[in-house]
Structures are given as structure tokens and as C-alpha cells.
Design a protein around this ligand. Structure first.
Ligand code: SF4
Length: 66
């Protein structure tokens, strides 16, 4: 899947990082999300769940908010 993050929206809650550390990390400087494995990720329930659980809808999957 294609993963895209909307850093402007991210509030640094870290939920996505807890679910999928191999995909998401938090920036040491501003606490906002970073993609650590690029944007082309193998299908993963954890990544879908991370997008669903993000409190501000900052994670897009295949170009859409889930
Ligand atoms: S769950 Fe959403 S708001 Fe929280 S760190 Fe991840 S992208 Fe940012």
C-alpha cells in the first residue's frame, strides 16, 4: 500500500508508532510522525489500523483517508 502522512495535521500522539514501528516514527524535534520505511509498504493490518486509529486523520492509505 501507499502510505502518506499529513504532517500539518499530526498532533504527535504516537498511536501509529506503537502499532507499526517499522513504518512510523516520531520526529525528535517536533514529535510529529515520520515515515521510516518509505511510502511503499507491504499490505499490513497494523498499518491500516494505524490509519484508522490516528485521532486527526493524518495517515492516508492509497491516496485516501480510511
Ligand atoms: S497517530 Fe496520527 S497524530 Fe498520532 S503520531 Fe501518528 S500520525 Fe501523528
Amino acid at each position: 500500500v501507499k502510505v502518506e502522512i499529513l504532517r500539518d495535521k499530526c498532533v504527535g500522539s504516537g498511536n501509529c508508532v506503537e502499532l507499526a514501528k517499522w513504518v512510523f516514527a516520531q520526529d525528535d524535534e517536533d514529535g510529529k510522525v515520520l515515515l521510516v520505511a518509505g511510502s511503499d509498504i507491504p499490505d499490513s493490518d497494523a498499518v491500516m489500523e494505524a490509519a484508522l486509529i490516528c485521532p486527526v486523520g493524518a495517515i492516508m492509505i492509497n491516496g485516501k483517508l480510511v
